[in-house]
Design a protein around this ligand. Structure first.
Ligand code: ZN
Ligand code: ZN
Ligand code: FE
Length: 762
């Protein structure tokens, strides 16, 4: 019997080839009707034999196109048949205030790759080839609805061939909005300065020329999907050094791109899960264990144990790296801490002293996004920087956001988050909000998200720190908003809970750099009993002064001196330690009086600062040139097979590190190797966490532990803590979908604000 049904599919179903997929499935089953996009998803009106419709609905759920994501399928059966004679795809209809998720950018698919290298294909070697299943999305979208006119591809008028493909429901480029070819689409150009093209402008010669330049040791700025990269030969020590010097980035590791998994395997040990992530269409940078015999220039990743590698993700990359047996450095095109360049003129101005040449193209980038960075922890993906390929896909939550919420995030590694329903739209990585350029991208990003997702936030959540730029931004908003301040480490723990889709009370362990506490001090070594509404502080590291404030972060020796003074008194200067003879110590008398008079010496309970102190005490790193460097290098040398561990003293709610410092000093005086001292320190911190979790379990009958904060980027510590906790039958939660560092703060703020609103606490 012929019946008619209406099917509404919600989720990531637009711009991902969903309608042609529906068309082909319906045709296969001889069903008739219509399909169109509407503002909530894809709406199908179908009639035919009842069993066929049932089968059709099953097919839709199980065989959906690779980039799609179905949130829900709502059916309305037994409608009056309309006697359709065929099945057709209708144009989109837009009404109302609903929203449809927008696809992140997607790495070049296999079909496009085949065409790219097929001499008989009309897009042979065309560097901007893409289709319904791949290509730029988020970075080129200016406005919704998502169609060509709303993207930066509006600059290019489709040729007849491209238009025919675009309009043919059976073609794999049906409604592929960024589709283009060499006749009608974007073109490459090469220049010495971004402003002045070289003699060769466009055409076939550009890519071989750039390959030559890189082989000759030149640094080339390459315009990509979300911004510029600076590229050079990763095996060429001099080229790498030159790039490093010009970029004022003294030690921070550079990411690399290699032509294949096989090339990466020459330099790194790769697990199957890591291989899978490298090959995923999101194409993140994956942090991989270095091999000791790798020929990569030492300047690429000094001091660390890992390389960051990615595979080509745009057709331009595939052409540039084809059959190349050397990996390329592909680091963000910026000067130290500034955001990545994304516009030609700006890149020309800011990168002119760094790049020898510019490889440009005329497709504009609307939203800058950095490469995402991930690693594998216990066979699970762990996002370190969530950006291109991930944003703006929502982080789905178990709970529903009662109102539309804007969470402003933290100061460093900022992301913001806009939440509604079960979706937390955590933004791409914005960066450190300490210069005007980043602040501009922050404001622009927030406006853009509001537009794209039809959001009008009624609630704004922000960090307690009064000096954060994101806090000032939140407080400056004059719309009739409810404003909710969320303590930094409560946000960390809530973020970990939302990340793992758990609810209720947990033992929250926040080991972090710095975050403003409810007592006005800088927290960062905190134990809580927490849920989404509240965080009760159970224990914390004893306060220590940070002489010079921010200077104590850049100069870990200051923290080492402070901790030595707390452990040995002023006589520590007479200890027979290399640290004490350190030239930096010449300014100790000044620093000492700052501490004594409590001048510019904020108090902190930060575990990150204690790692800094130990790193400097061991002679590993006394002055840093990027955030976290001292701790990263301390981790890199640590040997956990170190006999015993040091011990923290816990009195009431205060954790005293003096015993740990004294034991470390005793070891150093006995010429115990720094690797062993570092190992004993790491194990002391792990044991401390397990001991306090045990106490809280006994007192509060809680068995779940949520671990969050920047210190848990230390894989050695995190593995040890997880191992010990699981041995004692704790349920342990670590980050996966959002970073454990401050990039995850915005999600936590949104979750806390929501919980308080639902309880009527605001
Ligand atoms: Zn494709
Ligand atoms: Zn064309
Ligand atoms: Fe933090």
């Amino acid at each position: 019997m012929v019946t008619r049904s209406e099917i509404l599919i919600r989720g990531m179903v637009q711009g991902v080839g969903f309608r042609p997929f529906v068309y082909s499935q319906a045709s296969r089953r001889a069903l008739r009707g219509r399909v169109r996009n509407n503002t909530t998803g894809v709406l199908i009106d179908v009639e035919g034999m009842h069993e066929e419709i049932e089968g059709f609905i099953d097919d839709l759920k199980t065989n959906a196109p690779p980039l799609s994501y179905i949130e829900s399928v709502e059916c309305n059966h037994d409608l009056t048949p309309a006697d359709y004679s065929d099945f057709i795809i209708l144009e989109s209809a837009h009404e109302g205030e609903q929203f449809v998720p927008i696809s992140p950018d997607v790495g070049t698919c296999d079909d496009c790759l085949r065409e790219l290298f097929d001499p008989h294909d009309r897009r042979y070697q065309y560097p901007f080839i893409n289709c319904t299943n791949c290509g730029p999305r988020f970075t080129i979208i200016k406005d919704i609805p998502y169609d060509r006119a709303g993207t930066t591809m509006a600059d290019f008028e489709m040729c007849g061939d491209c238009r025919n493909e675009y309009e043919d429901p059976l073609n794999r480029r049906f409604h592929a909005e960024p589709t283009a070819c060499a006749v009608c689409g974007p073109q490459l150009s090469l220049s010495e300065l971004a402003s002045a093209p070289l003699a060769i402008a466009a055409g076939d010669d550009v890519i071989p020329r750039v390959r030559e330049m890189i082989r000759d040791g030149k640094v080339v700025a390459i315009k990509g999907i979300g911004g510029f990269h600076l590229a050079c030969d990763a095996l060429n020590q001099r080229a790498v050094e030159r790039l490093r010097n010009r970029k004022y980035r003294e030690d921070k590791a550079f990411a690399m791109m290699a032509s294949s998994i096989e090339i990466i395997k020459e330099h790194c040990a790769i697990s199957p899960r890591e291989e899978q992530l490298l090959l995923a269409e999101r194409r993140p940078i994956v942090l991989l264990q270095k091999k000791s015999d790798s020929q990569i220039a030492t300047g690429v990743a000094p001091g660390g144990t890992h390389f960051g590698f990615m595979l080509p993700y745009s057709p331009l990359h595939h052409l540039l790296l084809k059959n190349l047996d050397h990996p390329l450095v592909m680091t963000s095109g910026n000067i130290s801490d500034e955001p990545i360049c994304y516009d030609d003129e700006e890149a020309g101005a800011r990168l002119r002293g760094i790049a020898d040449y510019f490889l440009l193209h005329d497709r504009r980038i609307h939203m800058r996004t950095d490469d995402s960075v991930v690693r594998v922890f216990q066979n699970r993906e762990m996002v370190v920087r969530r950006s291109r390929g991930y944003a703006p896909a929502p982080v789905r939550t178990e709970f529903r956001f009662a109102k539309q919420i804007l969470a402003c995030g933290a100061e460093l590694k900022n992301t913001f988050c806009m939440a509604r329903d079960n979706n937390a739209f955590v933004s791409h990585h914005i960066g450190d909000l300490e210069n005007l350029e980043t602040l501009r991208s922050y404001r622009d990003g927030i406006e853009h998200f509001k537009r794209l997702f039809h959001l009008r936030p009624e609630v704004v959540a922000y960090d307690l720190h009064p000096e954060y730029v994101s806090t000032k931004y939140a407080l400056s908003l004059d719309e009739p908003l409810t404003k909710v301040a969320v303590q930094h480490h409560h946000a960390h723990i809530a973020s970990c809970m939302a990340d793992n889709q758990i609810d209720g009370e947990v033992i929250g362990v926040a080991m972090d750099g710095l975050g403003f506490g409810t007592d006005g001090r800088m927290w960062g070594g905190e134990f809580f009993v927490a849920d989404f509404v509240e965080a009760e502080r159970i224990a914390h590291l004893a306060y220590a002064p940070m002489p010079g404030g921010a200077k104590a972060i850049r100069e870990p020796w200051r923290m080492a001196a402070v901790y030595l003074q707390q452990s040995f008194g002023d006589e520590f200067v007479d200890l027979n330690l290399p640290f004490v003879k350190n030239s930096e110590l010449r300014s100790w008398p000044t620093i000492r009086s700052m501490v004594a008079t409590k001048t510019n010496s904020p108090l902190t309970s930060s575990m990150g600062r204690l790692f800094d102190a130990v790193s400097s005490l061991l002679g590993v790193r006394s002055v840093v040139n990027y955030e976290g460097q001292a701790a990263i290098e301390l981790e890199a040398i640590a040997d956990l097979d170190c006999g015993h561990a040091y011990e923290f003293q816990v009195k009431n709610d205060t954790i005293d590190a003096a015993g740990v410092i004294r034991s470390a000093v005793a070891d150093l005086l006995n010429n115990v190797a720094p690797a062993v001292v570092s190992g004993r320190f790491h194990r002391a911190v792990a044991n401390l966490i397990v001991a306090i979790a045990g106490q809280v379990r006994a007192e509060r009958r809680l068995n779940r532990v949520a671990l969050s904060g920047g210190v848990f980027q230390n894989m050695l510590l995190l593995s040890e803590v997880c191992r010990l906790l699981r041995e004692r039958d704790f349920e342990v939660y670590t980050h996966s979908r959002v970073p454990t560092n401050d990039g995850g703060i915005s999600l936590g703020q949104a979750a806390v604000a929501n919980a308080r609103i639902q309880l009527g606490r605001i």
